[in-house]
Design a binder for this molecule. Sequence first.
Ligand SMILES: CC(C)(COP(=O)(O)OP(=O)(O)OC[C@H]1O[C@@H](n2cnc3c(N)ncnc32)[C@H](O)[C@@H]1OP(=O)(O)O)[C@@H](O)C(=O)NCCC(=O)NCCS
Length: 259
Amino acid sequence: MRLLPVESQLDISRFRYRSDAKMALGSQLLQRYIATVLTGKKWTDIVISKTPQGKSFVANSPFDYNISHHSELVVVAVRPDGKQIGVDITSTVPPSNWTMNWMEGFSQIFSPFEYSQVTSDSTGNGEFFLRWALKESYSKAIGMGLNMDLAKLEFRNLDTARLMDAAKDKTGTDVVGAVAVQRGWSNSAQLWIDGVAQDRWHHEIFMLNNNHVIALATHKEGVNEVEQVRLRNLTVEELMSRALPFGPAVAMQPHSNPV
Ligand SMILES: CC(C)(COP(=O)(O)OP(=O)(O)OC[C@H]1O[C@@H](n2cnc3c(N)ncnc32)[C@H](O)[C@@H]1OP(=O)(O)O)[C@@H](O)C(=O)NCCC(=O)NCCS
């Protein structure tokens, strides 16, 4: 904890569950790590701020990045050239406490076309979770988060069945190391808003072997269409290689364990 400024330590200490606090800690360390790599500045000289809508950025730096976390996995996506980027990681399995008709509660976030895809899905819940992740990654790229009408974002050309099958394929590529193995990848999704194709946007989906999907949204300009965005696992040693202490750690309240 002493590798973070006191305000960040206090933010982390406010989480009720240890698992959430750990993800917040991972998020803060990862942001500081990429900032030192991309700016060459010292760990303790990095200033991380948030827009009024909540998107983190590094003050006086040319790059854009975005963070997402789920089930103890923390993902950061970066555009060194400063073009907008957003990322979302989510599980492809509904929480066990969701009721039978949980999907109905989300009908308002889909366009009519998307809702028909979601409700006639032969892959289980793939259509729902892949579309959700795509929407969230775009909304985070433009810095709005969920403060926007998600039903306006319609994704077409989504190869959900192939991706969900690929996620089960144990021979998939081990790109990201021990934490999560990438099983499937696609860049076919196209975003339409109010019936207009958003040709300047690029979307990628990564299926991980532990029932997770990562969706990425960024500006097409500067992205090599043929090559997929590089996904890699960062070791704790790499993360720590640039870290410096701010001072003594703030005393923390003990966390409850997640229920
Ligand atoms: C952003 C949002 C979609 C994230 O949803 P989520 O699935 O719970 O969380 P994720 O793990 O995918 O993403 C969390 C990260 O999103 C980032 N984030 C927060 N708001 C964001 C925004 N408007 N745009 C882009 N990224 C945002 C943060 O970096 C956060 O990570 P951190 O807390 O470790 O710094 C959701 O929190 C949201 O829409 N919030 C609304 C924003 C809001 O109400 N702001 C009010 C002013 S504070």
